[in-house]
Design a protein around this ligand. Structure first.
Ligand SMILES: Nc1ncnc2c1ncn2[C@@H]1O[C@H](COP(=O)(O)OP(=O)(O)OP(=O)(O)O)[C@@H](O)[C@H]1O
Length: 247
């Protein structure tokens, strides 16, 4: 326990593994994506999963979340608890006739079961998550009526409401304005400091540089991993995205 608390205080460099991927292959029917992927997600820290479009970031998150089956290798979790998985907002149908509060409350289903009534604690967690993402005033609006940034905050709030020890987010800040990005970044930093392991797939290299750990994917393989300062180097950015070196 002492080790865990001091790891939380140090921002995660504990050596404790939240998830270990060993020789993982995964993909879709007729479309293998990840292959021979070995990677570690450190506990109590933030990990950024980066790589060009189509490199397999979402597939990796899906395999860690358990929603995409691995066809070879193993994904081992430190705890048996179910991770919280926040999908890309484009994956959420506009036709869903639910309010923002309902959306966040769905995050409690895994804990209490679908058919049990929400407890006082369930309701207080939901209200707390709405507040944290600053969407309390939107709680009674329909999810489909929200802007992209507001909807994304509702989905992150749903992920938080699950109170999981592992929070997986697929491009949580893509397409958002600076204010919404900051709100989400602050909340993710807070929950990491509270001992949650956070993994986000992102195209935002600034966000990736703020992470404790980085996994760099290319064509379904792990090209590099480690502290972002050592992974997101000019050579890698130039090779993968054709970006010129920064001065
Ligand atoms: N449901 C699916 N069925 C078949 N192929 C898929 C499916 N989803 C993704 N793919 C393919 O798998 C590959 C990896 O996709 P994935 O979404 O994991 O990449 P990504 O790195 O998250 O991409 P992006 O940055 O564009 O979100 C791509 O070639 C994509 O076309």
């Amino acid at each position: 326990m002492k080790m865990i608390i001091s790891a939380i205080r140090r921002g995660g460099a504990s050596g404790v593994r939240q998830v270990t991927l060993d020789g993982v292959a995964a993909g879709y029917p007729g479309r293998p994506v990840l292959s021979q992927l070995d990677a570690v997600i450190p506990a109590f820290a933030t990990t950024a999963v980066v790589g060009p479009n189509g490199s397999g970031k979402s597939t990796l998150l899906g395999a860690v979340a358990g929603v995409i089956s691995v066809t070879a290798g193993t994904v081992t979790h430190r705890t048996g608890a179910r991770p919280a998985y926040v999908v890309q907002r484009s994956a959420v149908s506009d036709a869903l006739p639910i309010t923002v509060r309902d959306t966040v409350a769905m995050g409690r289903w895994g804990r209490r079961g679908l058919w049990r009534r929400a407890s006082a604690r369930d309701r207080s967690v939901v209200e707390g998550c709405l507040e944290r993402l600053r969407i309390g005033p939107l709680a009674d609006r329909r999810l489909a009526e929200l802007s992209g940034g507001q909807r994304q905050r509702a989905l992150v709030a749903q992920g938080l409401a699950q109170e999981a020890d592992l929070l997986l987010l697929d491009e949580p800040v893509t397409g958002l304005d600076e204010a919404a990005r900051r709100i989400i970044a602050e909340v993710l930093a807070e929950v990491t400091a509270q001992g949650v392991t956070v993994v986000q797939a992102t195209h935002d290299l600034r966000a990736a540089r703020r992470a404790d750990h980085c996994l760099l994917l290319h064509e379904g393989r792990l090209l590099d991993s480690g502290p972002p300062a050592g992974v997101l180097i000019d050579e890698a950015l130039e090779r993968l995205w054709g970006l010129p070196a920064r001065r």
